[in-house]
Design a protein around this ligand. Sequence first.
Ligand SMILES: C[S@@+](CC[C@H](N)C(=O)[O-])C[C@H]1O[C@@H](n2cnc3c(N)ncnc32)[C@H](O)[C@@H]1O
Length: 208
Amino acid sequence: MASTPQHWDAAYAQGDTTRGWYQSQARVSMELLGQAGVSTSASIIDIGGGASVFVDDLLRAEFDDVTVLDHSPIGLDIARARLGSPSERVTWIVHDLLTWTPPRRFDVWHDRAVLHFLLDDGEQSRYADVLRSATHPGSIAIIGVFGPTGPQMCSGLPVQRYDAAALDTLLAPTFQRIATRDDVHTKPDGSTQDYVWWVGRRGDPSGS
Ligand SMILES: C[S@@+](CC[C@H](N)C(=O)[O-])C[C@H]1O[C@@H](n2cnc3c(N)ncnc32)[C@H](O)[C@@H]1O
């Protein structure tokens, strides 16, 4: 099995609220946005947002420049249908993040449970390139991945586990870590998964 759009479409077609990564509120993401001092006028992109409720929480908090990118049209359709007319306030992009050329730069890059599906150095380095192309000096990156004691598989796919130091290495020197947090996610079936969250600020004025 591979992390293709078809794989994720088939997963979402079974029901988003029963998937292991489902959460009814994006509590940690919202808390980390607050801790990083992000204001509601900031532009935010949720990378691999799928059917996530993060977009709901952002709109409720009155963020007005929100973009969600995912290569699974079914995941995004679920989010759009759940939101109803407020979904018109969101920019939805169906694209593979690894082949995406960002048309603009965002103040905040958010990724929960996406980077850890990229297993080889080439994909991880491409992720860092796209992150740089989609941000500017001063931008914030908030990334949540499985931690060292997290699962080794998710949605039937192998994952790469991270600690904060490994994320420092991947995203340096463009982004410097300003916070990290360990969190335990409780899945809909009651079992748990250990995540590590990493928050960085982009410092270099010259990076591309
Ligand atoms: C485990 S789910 C997490 C979804 C969401 N971030 C959340 O927290 O609910 C992984 C998501 O990443 C998306 N994804 C995986 N690889 C991707 C890629 N290369 N480009 C765009 N989206 C991708 C999948 O379609 C799926 O929606």
